[in-house]
Design a protein. Structure first.
Length: 185
């Protein structure tokens, strides 16, 4: 759960990603992201309007998000912690979906063998993602060497950069797996 106040904090791009995750439960699509970014770019006062539009959208109403309609002031650290929890929960859910082992291939089936290999690759990716999330959580909890002493705004960017780098590597590996699967069809 995350409050509206915690969602409103951060750069435009981070705000939109967090908004999609919190209300729609999914990563932003390119067209929707570009559309909403154009609405809020350089106009932070329009963010609340976009939050309400998401909550009242058909997809938002169907999903019944757990966003708390609270506009109380929050510190940068509180907002960062809430946003990190939101993204971590999203990544965990994505990993859980990839955790199921592939079915054993039938005798003499090269397609089923390839599917099983892809399933194993996805499962290995899931293990790696869980390890990376644990490392990021440890960093956030101060169990490993802390980030350089930065302002709250720069600290948010530092953590978001770590998360985005991990997501980019994961997306690249998933695209490679999807490409292999498409080539087999």
């Amino acid at each position: 759960m995350i409050t509206i106040s915690e969602l409103l904090y951060g750069a435009d791009e981070d705000f939109l990603v967090n908004l999609y995750l919190a209300i729609l439960g999914r990563w932003p699509d390119d067209a929707g992201f570009a559309h909403h970014r154009k609405i809020i770019e350089g106009r932070a006062e329009r963010r609340l309007e976009v939050v309400e539009a998401f909550l009242e959208s058909e997809e938002g109403r169907q999903r019944r998000s757990s966003v708390i309609r609270d506009l109380s002031a929050v510190t940068a650290e509180q907002a960062l912690a809430a946003q990190l929890r939101l993204r971590t929960e999203y990544l965990r859910t994505a990993i859980e979906g990839a955790r199921e082992p592939a079915a054993a291939p039938g005798p003499g089936s090269s397609v089923l063998g390839e599917i099983a290999a892809l399933g194993a690759a996805i499962a290995a990716l899931g293990v790696e993602l869980r390890e990376r999330i644990a490392a990021v959580e440890a960093l956030a909890a101060g169990q490993v060497s802390a980030a350089p002493n930065l302002s709250p705004a720069v600290s948010v960017d530092y953590v978001n950069d770590l998360i985005q780098a991990a997501q980019a590597q994961t997306n690249q590996r998933l695209r490679m797996i999807e490409k292999r699967l498409a080539e087999q069809q």
